[in-house]
Design a protein around this ligand. Structure first.
Ligand SMILES: C[S@@+](CC[C@H](N)C(=O)[O-])C[C@H]1O[C@@H](n2cnc3c(N)ncnc32)[C@H](O)[C@@H]1O
Length: 373
């Protein structure tokens, strides 16, 4: 994901870009951040980018010309132009998730009294980071980049941000680390019990209590996100990536297929629905992993002149992968993708069979030679 920052003060970003998670995300190419100095787009000899407001008033306004030119210069067909402005919608976790799906964000940082009103015509969205006024849009741009980047795939572990505050509409649950006792304050016993179900229930209750106490305004929205359907409560998740959680108000006995014994029955109080697009991602990851292993095995088989059983083993593995795709993954993958993988597997099979044929011919030739001597 690309962030293109348009600013009058590029140096303000130095520390932000060279530390911690943002630096790692840039180094591992999960995100790309470029900084463009608005002054470079000024069209006068003093590189002036601001002027006094028509009708009078204090302060200076950023002029149209350099901003239009800068945006036109860095814009691509997938860009979304965001103006950091106290007039915008307030940045929330939901908005951060939405923006993390974008490919290319252009962030316009204002300064002085703000922007000439006509600049709004090239802006897709205005975002504020809260109801207060800062001297410039640089800090808001950093806040936006930070909150969005940690939701981009691979920047931090997904399980970390899925459990963060706001994702399910509540604040995070209280957490403790070592020591067990500090100045007479104890870690709650339940967290040391090792009982995962109890711990999860405790955390849910505490998150709800904390939100009611610290941010009662969030509770109404949280309730709206919980749809009651008969015996079920459906909880919508901001990440929308994989989870629609159904908490069942009663417990149901759950009997798996395949003649499972009575003592192996379990009861469920929660169902997690996984979005098909997420299964597609996982299926493709699995297939790629298996293909890579097969490629390594085939390289060994092709270079080994002695072992003729290894080829049979790898042919078996190829068949197993093909069966797995056709029986487990078919409904989640496009027919074009399946065709592509099957073609690859066919080529790999042919390579091994060709080697086996050459090996047999060589054995026959040697035997023949032995007989004629
Ligand atoms: C001093 S402010 C301009 C304030 C403007 N005259 C007003 O009253 O709305 C200069 C720049 O800082 C940025 N800025 C200030 N507060 C912000 C906030 N809460 N959220 C996002 N950007 C902000 C904007 O880019 C803005 O153009």
């Amino acid at each position: 994901m690309k962030f293109k920052i348009l600013t009058l003060f590029p140096n303000m970003f130095d520390g932000f870009l060279s530390e911690s998670i943002i630096k790692r995300a840039i180094d591992s190419k999960k995100i790309d951040i470029s900084i463009h100095n608005i002054r470079d787009y000024a069209n006068n000899k003093h590189n002036q980018v601001d002027d006094t407001p028509y009708g009078g008033g204090s302060g200076m306004l950023l002029m149209c010309e350099p901003i239009f030119k800068a945006v036109e210069d860095v814009k691509s067909k997938n860009s979304k132009v965001i103006m950091l402005s106290p007039e915008g919608k307030t940045l929330t976790q939901e908005k951060a998730y939405e923006l993390s799906k974008e490919e290319d964000l252009i962030l316009l940082c204002g300064h002085y009294e703000g922007f000439d009103e006509r600049i709004n015509t090239i802006v897709d969205e205005k975002i504020s980071i809260g109801d207060y006024v800062l001297t410039g849009g640089e800090l808001p741009a950093m806040v936006l980049i930070d909150s969005v980047s940690r939701l981009v795939d691979g920047v931090i572990k997904e399980e970390s941000h899925i459990k963060d505050s706001f994702n399910d509409g509540l604040l995070d649950y209280p957490q403790y680390t070592k020591p067990r006792e500090f100045r007479g304050m104890q870690v709650p016993d339940v967290l040391l019990s090792g009982d995962h179900e109890k711990i999860e229930n405790y955390r849910k209750e505490e998150a709800l209590k904390k939100t009611k106490k610290e941010r009662p305004d969030l509770i109404e929205k949280y309730e709206k996100k919980r749809k009651k359907i008969g015996n079920f409560t459906l909880i919508e998740d901001y990440s929308k990536k994989k989870i629609e959680e159904i908490n069942i108000n009663d417990t149901f006995n759950f009997k798996p297929k395949n003649n499972v014994k009575k003592e192996d029955l379990s009861s469920i109080s929660k169902i997690v629905l996984v979005e098909p697009s997420f299964i597609e991602t996982i299926a493709k990851k699995n297939i790629n992993k298996k293909l890579n292993i097969l490629l390594k095995q085939i390289t060994i088989v092709l270079n080994d002149e002695t072992d003729d059983t290894a080829g049979e083993y790898v042919l078996g593995e190829i068949d197993r992968l093909e069966n797995m795709i056709l029986s487990n993954y078919k409904k989640y993958l496009s027919s074009d993708y399946i065709k592509l993988v099957r073609n690859k597997l066919k080529v790999l099979k042919e390579e091994i069979k060709y080697k086996q044929m050459m090996q047999t011919q060589m054995i026959n030739y040697n035997e023949e030679k032995g007989r004629s001597l």
